[in-house]
Design a protein around this ligand. Structure first.
Ligand code: DC
Length: 230
């Protein structure tokens, strides 16, 4: 069985990271949530007043500060799941708030931000044995990946999943706000100029609207076995 790169792309909140994490744990691969990196940059912008009142970004200021933004991942020793660190501080919880979700798309649309993130992501995949999820992993980060999956589900189903997740964490959120956020992010992700969200020609499409987490897990494991044994 050869060591491969697995790229999992798709719409926001469609369960990509759950399936990617599960698979990585089971097969002993590194798991990288590339969205967490864009979220961490967004949190940095929020904490350093790099957003104007109208939601736009102070681009030149952010550009000059990119070298000060260091994103790393460490495994939680109890859960064995990766936690995101921004300049040495654990920000795993803070990058998942609706505030960060509402500000992340314009940050992820900036060319210089993407360039910096993609470079780091490619360096993480040098040794293969990695599962990375995001929007442009199969198209821009690892176009040579041996296994590419493109995941989708209806916007309502995705909003419901995110709503349940945030509620479970005790956050006070409204379903309608989340649905709006999901739809708006879909629009921005698909229409941005640089690396828009799109299925790579050689990616396998998975619509998981009617699948359970376990069914997805099994499905992905089968695809992995096929790709790694090729
Ligand atoms: O997967 P997520 O919702 O945590 O991603 C957060 C945002 O980052 C999402 O709005 C799109 C962006 N993103 C991206 O542009 N490219 C990636 N590879 C991953 C995420």
């Amino acid at each position: 069985m050869k060591k491969i790169i697995i790229a999992i792309d798709g719409f926001s909140s469609c369960g990509k990271s759950t399936m990617a994490k599960d698979l990585a744990k089971e097969i002993g691969y590194i798991y990288i949530d590339s969205g967490a990196m864009y979220r961490a940059v967004t949190l940095y912008c929020l904490e350093h007043n790099l957003f104007n009142a109208d939601g736009s970004i102070r681009e030149s200021e952010l550009k000059s500060r990119m070298k000060d933004i260091r994103i790393t991942f460490r495994l939680n020793p109890e859960t064995q799941l990766p936690m995101t660190f921004l300049n040495g501080t654990n920000v795993e919880e803070r990058i998942r708030t609706l505030e960060v979700s509402s500000h992340v798309s314009p940050v992820a649309a900036l060319g210089f931000v993407r360039q910096a993130m993609v470079e780091q992501q490619q360096a993480m995949g040098k040794e293969k044995g990695i599962v990375m999820d995001g929007r442009d992993i199969g198209t821009a980060v690892f176009p040579q990946a041996e296994l590419k999956i493109f995941v989708t589900a209806s916007a309502r189903i995705r909003a419901q999943r995110r709503y349940d997740e945030l509620k479970a964490k005790g956050q006070d959120v409204s379903f309608e706000d989340i649905l709006k956020n999901v739809e708006e992010r879909d629009r921005i992700d698909q229409t941005r100029e640089i690396s828009p969200l799109r299925k790579a020609d050689d990616a396998i499409l998975l619509d998981n609207s009617r699948m359970t987490v376990n069914e997805q897990k099994e499905w992905l494991k089968e695809r992995f076995n096929e790709a790694a044994n090729e």
